[in-house]
Design a protein around this ligand. Sequence first.
Ligand SMILES: O=C(O)C1=N[C@H](C(=O)O)C[C@H](O)C1
Length: 292
Amino acid sequence: MNLTGIFVPLITPFTADDQVDRRSLAALAHEVLTDGATGLVALGTTAEVATLDPQERATVIEICAEVARERHVPLIIGAGGNATAAAVRALNELPEAAAALTLVPPFTRPSEEGVVEHFRVLAKNSPVPLIVYNVPYRTALTLSAETVLRIAEIPGIIGTKHSVGALDAATIAILAHRPAGFAVLAGDDVLAGPLLALGAEGGILASAHVRTAAHVELVDAWAKGDVERARVLGHRLADLSAALFAEPNPAVIKAVLHDQGRIATPAVRLPLLPASASALASASARLAFDLP
Ligand SMILES: O=C(O)C1=N[C@H](C(=O)O)C[C@H](O)C1
């Protein structure tokens, strides 16, 4: 599977009576693909997956899979957890996916050796390739570059969503020493431009619900070495992402999509709260810029 480009981790839109809004979800999926996204991600953090019951998760997968099939694009599905055996079961229950996005086991804080073993067992028993979601500020576990590079060597692991919150020495080492066929995808929206400049193949970026084509152009500009264009685009999009993430994701993104008339309600589920009016205004003010 080719992991080049922008993959949009879709929000889960809700109706006024708190059901999954099937129509808005399908429409959003089509819109981002029409604007150039390479593929879709279902049940990422941005989907408020922790608040969805099993039936709702199945509904989200069904809708995203239908659009992916129709548009001939890859669908990545979030699956995993901090119990290895349960994560294996979850992977084997995925109906149809090009790959699964699997979180570094959160909360438990196993040793780095334990994390490598977790991914070895998952990869050996998964029917689909795996993308490791490395997000220390959510999992409470920071992996060394050596550990990520060991995981990268495991057959069946095809990349990482790199969301470590910084462009640190480990990030540079991972990009420099990863094996062929192991993709690095930006997962921190504000840092996407610099990570692409360092050689990342693309990104799984919630911000790409809006200005999707500009995000696609950013990947393209860095890939082609069009540095001037890439820098300007990167700066504009980083400003926009910072505004979209000014409050817990995906509240501001949902507020903007609702404001644009693309989803029926801006509703998020507790413990998330709706975006403030000032966060919406600040993000909206950063939406309009000309492509360089
Ligand atoms: O759901 C995702 O995948 C993403 N989640 C991140 C988060 O909410 O921390 C943000 C990123 O853009 C994609």
